[in-house]
Design a protein. Sequence first.
Length: 383
Amino acid sequence: MDSTVTDTLNYEGRIIKQVVRKVHQEPEPKYFIPVEVKQPASFKSASFLQMVYLDAVQFDKMTSFSSANFNEGTEAVNAIFYDYCDFTSAIFTKGVDFTGSKFKQPTDFSGSNFLNTVDFSDAEFGPKTSFNNLQFSPATQLIFEGTFLPDTIDFSFNSQKINYEIDLTAAKFADSGEIIKKPHFIIFYKTDISKFHLDYIHFRLLVPDSVKSPEDKTNIRVSDDEKESMYESLLNNFNLHGQKESYKKLDIEYRRFKFYKKWWSIPFYWIDLVWWNFGYNKELVFLWTLFLALLFTTINYPRLKHLNDNVYTVDKIPEDFSQINGPRKYWYSFVYTAVIFFKVTMNTEKLKFNHIGGTIYILLIYTTGLLCLAYMANFIIQK
């Protein structure tokens, strides 16, 4: 290390205009913070009047640049922040370069004024980073090229117009072949999602029950309408970008959210999921149709004579099964079931209504088959 600071650095509210020393004998003076800072450092509300360089600086304890004013450019290439780092409400008038920097613990840029390019290329973030309530200018660009993003990234309260798309797909992801080790959770409460580019392979939408107000830090309850708005805005984003797989994954998750809002609708979620995966695997209805037809065939097998004689009569079904068993009887059971299951209209003259339980059962077979026929017809028509 070139130098080490073991005392707490406190420059709160200071106007910093004097050059501490030159770095590597460069002709242009630079602000220089010693390489390793072992104690907490605070530059809260400080004003930096010249270019600020934090290249390769290592901050071991909590560091605060809250409300600091960086009047000229800021460079923090390969800097390391081992503890919580606070950039809330900081003002970056010129470009900011965090290339290769490492933020080991939660980092907060909430309320920061990014008035030019902010480059996080090849940076590494820890568990959570907040970028909510940012202030932009027409020239603002956020770059995440090759960035290791945090586990949770908060972009809430960014409804201000953004001229340049924020491309999160350019980040670096810890994939192992086709396996996504851990998706990044992202919050978009009251944010213009159309200005972001992401996928639903490496990201998951985090829909919180409450968020902190950027003004007074009180908890704001997130309504169901606002939650649905986040889902629908991101779905529209995927649709506009032609991201079919991401759209599918989010749509299925959104349907689960809507079903689970009311306990009584939860079974319908599982039926819709298992039946045809919410319409994304329509071919499953053919397998279910075959399964249900065989299921009713198996149920009818030991009761075939009783059903045919006393509930619903199908012509050409033998009246005496005393000498018929095994595969041949199962075949007749299948024919009996298929005549009812695959009928578009039922001949009610053959139905004996005095047998209430049996009538309900036959109508169940017929209704189930009618539903299967409708789903199969829908599949064929849409093809």
